[in-house]
Each structure stands twice: as structure tokens, then as C-alpha cells.
Design a protein around this ligand. Structure first.
Ligand code: ZN
Length: 224
């Protein structure tokens, strides 16, 4: 019978322990272990087997490491909040982007999720600020504009402190619907609204590009 734990054999010196670990997995877990596994299973991308592996890893780790993990989880909930200006996740309000004197506060890039900011920052060519919607319009899932954090973007634009809003929502049905809605709402306020270009990935071959991507690339062409 194979052990459900996928890392068996990684460390020969712990074979005896792992065999006993296997026997534990086959049997009912002690209550604290079951509880930890159940909590880990709630994390995105973590199934039952991964949750068991993580739980046993935590069990084997030092008291200091386990305490540090628990403290980090607690701190994330206790000390992080949303920036009142841009809705980015931050420990200071307003966030470091919104208070930066070296960034162009008149240029705002709108993204769906806080994690999207890192993708734009990676380019090292964007010196504006951000606005996080925390989702995209999706009638199928019952998510309308009122469920997104759009109102404080309108407030920012209405205050007259913004020259351009770059809509960098995802190139999906939901992202496009959100971009169209934002464009309608923001243009009314007289601000320039632009959409990030979509098309063929750098380094790829147009021979293998699907027709929708090719169409988007043609539509997004620019003068040279
Ligand atoms: Zn902010």
C-alpha cells in the first residue's frame, strides 16, 4: 500500500517516522490534527492530501517556526486593511502608493485584484498610482458594479485630480464588461480613459495565435 504523503523517501533518516506517519494517515487523526487539516483544506488550491502534508510538516517543525506561522496569520488579519483611497491592501492608510511624492498621482491604473499590482510594478515602467476594484462585473455570478469598489474611483476622478485612468482589468468576458462600464462612467466625468492593449505574447509565433487574440492584436495596433 502506498503512503498518501507524497514526500516519502525524501529523507531516508526519517523513514521510520514516515512509516508511522503513514499509519497515522490511514487511521483517524487526533482532534487537533483533524482541525488543522480542515482549516488548511479551506485554502485555495489545497486539497485533502496537500492539507495532510502541510499539517504533518507543521507538526514536525520547531516550536519557533510553528509560532511564527501562527503569528503571521494573526498579524495579517489584525494589521492589514484596505487603503481608503485606492482599496489596495496596506498596513498604513493611505497606502505607500497613494502617499508617494515620486509617483504621478494624476495617472491611475485600475486593476481587479491587489495581486495584479505586482504584475504592473514588475514592468518598472509605470509610475502612476492604482485603484483596486476587488473583482469584476459578472452577472452570471450575481456580481454587479455595486459589489465592486468603484464609488471611490468616481470620487477621485470627480475631485479633478486625475488626468488619465488606465483600465487594466483582465481580458475576460467579466474584465471587458467591467472596462466598458468604467469607461461609460468615467468619460461622463470628462477624464481620459484608456484600455491596456491585448494580443500576441512577446516571443510567440502568430501562426499559432487563436483568432480572438489575433483580432485583439489587430484592433490594438499602433502607429510606428
Ligand atoms: Zn492607496
Amino acid at each position: 500500500m502506498s503512503c498518501p504523503s507524497g514526500d516519502v523517501g525524501r529523507n531516508v533518516s526519517t523513514t521510520a517516522f514516515l512509516i508511522s506517519e503513514c499509519s497515522i494517515i490511514m487511521s483517524k487523526f487526533a482532534e487537533p490534527m483533524s482541525r488543522l487539516i480542515d482549516e488548511l483544506k479551506k485554502l485555495p488550491g489545497v486539497g485533502a492530501k496537500s492539507a495532510q502534508r502541510l499539517a504533518f510538516h507543521i507538526l514536525r517543525s520547531s516550536d519557533e517556526d510553528a509560532d511564527a506561522l501562527a503569528a503571521a496569520v494573526r498579524d495579517v488579519k489584525a494589521n492589514l486593511r484596505l487603503c481608503s483611497v485606492c482599496n489596495n491592501i496596506t498596513d498604513v492608510d493611505p497606502c505607500v502608493y497613494c502617499t508617494s511624492a515620486t509617483r504621478n498621482q494624476r495617472l491611475v491604473c485600475v486593476v481587479e485584484e491587489p495581486t495584479n499590482i505586482a504584475a504592473i510594478e514588475k514592468t518598472k515602467h509605470f509610475n502612476g498610482v492604482f485603484h483596486v476594484l476587488h473583482g469584476a462585473i459578472s452577472p452570471l455570478h450575481g456580481i454587479g458594479p455595486e459589489q465592486l469598489r468603484i464609488s471611490n474611483l468616481i470620487t477621485r476622478v470627480d475631485a479633478g485630480n486625475i488626468d488619465e485612468v488606465i483600465v487594466a482589468t483582465n481580458p475576460t468576458v467579466e474584465g471587458e464588461a467591467t472596462a466598458t462600464y468604467l469607461s461609460q462612467q468615467l468619460k461622463r466625468a470628462g477624464v481620459k480613459v484608456t484600455r491596456i492593449a491585448m494580443g500576441i505574447p512577446v516571443g510567440s509565433d502568430i501562426e499559432y495565435t487563436d483568432e480572438i487574440t489575433m483580432l485583439k492584436a489587430m484592433e490594438g495596433r499602433r502607429d510606428m
